[in-house]
Design a binder for this molecule. Structure first.
Ligand SMILES: Cc1ncc(COP(=O)(O)O)c(C=O)c1O
Length: 389
């Protein structure tokens, strides 16, 4: 069989490799504590599950859904954006539910990128922005996210010839993996930059509801003129512990939303309707769960940051998101240090280079580890001091 060049050249997805490594260790009877994947361990709130079960029993929901999603879901998304960010959306034209935001992120590249086109992609970053660009035949251009710039891209540093050829700018705040946040000033600058160079902006904001110490992340769509140049991807995965249900959304620029809808209508057959009803319940029902979950993550964040600083790893507590981004000790690469933690104390972390070359020198630890595992993980991290090389 001859596979396509596209697939032949595709390296394995980061977390597939990490999951394999963990499974191998566990198969040998070794207990491994994983801080690797950002997959909420806290169950989906009960009222959302109840709505899902009820909707699953209704025969109307056993049939093909529409690509555009239920009108009631589009309305619920628009109302949520209004309540949460003061952003008014046209539920017909500016909202599209997705089979998880990853699906939309992957597919929008096909709507904007032709072979040879450039997409500006942060580095380090969630790997799908550059992977989707490459799959669509485009070239990702890395914008370094460095501590010096508060992990925001330096738009002025992008060479003029690259910007002129670029069609798409990817951004993600609260940021995975660095934990950085962006304010409205930054998003206003992005809109002006996108207008100047005729760029489409895709802002990915699935962590906007996971925030600490009273901090409230902003939406890209709050920026002046944002919907003229771009869209925002969002998700119910992290806000409501619904990673397994696969539901997210894209909102904003009507032309981009319509392009993605047309593309998807040729590839998938929508989101199971029972899940859409559960999503309506999540967005429109009681929201206390968000504060409750954030209190749990914040406590874990504080314990983890303290443990990492005690190990001598420079770590700044993140204001939002599910990750702690820590500098590895001198003398190690990210991968060497991640391997050292796995081999010496059975702790899995993600090497920063898994998110791009500018992730070198860092590891990422997720806060989605149940408390019992966290306690064990912290004592193992402390034990690393005794066994380090
Ligand atoms: C930055 C970022 N965007 C998108 C996603 C995908 O989320 P979803 O579950 O909605 O596909 C993730 C998942 O970890 C993520 O970290």
């Amino acid at each position: 069989m001859r596979l396509s060049q596209r697939v032949e050249k595709l390296s394995p997805y980061l977390f597939v490799e990490i999951s394999k490594k963990i499974a191998q260790k566990r198969a040998k009877g070794e207990e491994v504590i994983s801080f690797a994947i950002g997959d909420p361990d806290i169950p989906t709130p009960e009222h959302i599950i109840n709505r899902l079960c009820q909707a699953a029993r209704e025969p109307a929901n056993h049939r093909y859904p529409e690509t555009a999603g239920l009108p009631e879901l589009r309305q619920a998304i628009a109302q949520w954006y209004q309540r949460r960010f003061g952003v008014t959306l046209d539920a017909e034209k500016e909202v599209l539910p997705l089979i998880g935001s990853k699906e939309g992120i992957g597919h929008i590249a096909w709507c904007l990128i032709d072979p040879g086109d450039i997409a500006l992609v942060p580095d380090p970053a969630y790997p799908v922005y550059s992977r989707a660009t490459t799959l669509a035949g485009g070239q990702p251009y890395s914008m370094p996210l460095t501590q010096k710039n508060n992990f925001l891209p330096d738009l002025e540093a992008i060479p003029e010839d690259i910007i002129k050829k670029a069609k798409l700018l990817w951004l993600n705040y609260p940021n995975n993996p660095t934990g950085a946040v962006a304010d409205l000033d930054f998003f206003n600058r992005v809109v002006r930059f996108a207008k100047e160079y005729d760029l489409a902006v895709c802002h990915d904001g699935p962590y906007s509801e996971v925030a600490f110490d009273g901090y409230q992340p902003v939406s890209f769509l709050e920026a002046d003129g944002a919907r003229e140049v771009g869209v925002e991807f969002h998700s119910l995965s992290k806000s409501y512990n619904m990673t397994g249900w696969r539901i997210g959304m894209v909102v904003g620029n009507a032309e981009m939303v319509d392009a993605l809808k047309r593309f998807k209508s040729n590839l998938d057959s929508g989101i199971p309707q029972a899940i859409q009803y559960a999503a309506i319940e999540a967005l429109s029902g009681p929201q206390e769960c968000i504060e409750k979950h954030n209190a749990i993550y914040q406590r874990r964040r504080d314990l983890l940051v303290e443990a990492l600083n005690d190990m001598g790893l420079e770590t700044v507590p993140p204001k939002a998101g599910l990750y702690v981004w820590a500098k590895v000790p001198n003398g190690y690469t990210s991968l060497e240090f991640a391997n050292d933690l796995l081999e010496k104390v059975g702790v899995v972390v993600t090497p920063g280079t898994g998110y791009g070359k500018y992730g070198e020198g860092y590891i990422r630890l997720s806060l989605t580890i149940p408390d019992a595992g966290l306690v064990k993980g912290l004592s193992r991290l402390a034990a690393w001091q005794g066994v380090k090389r």
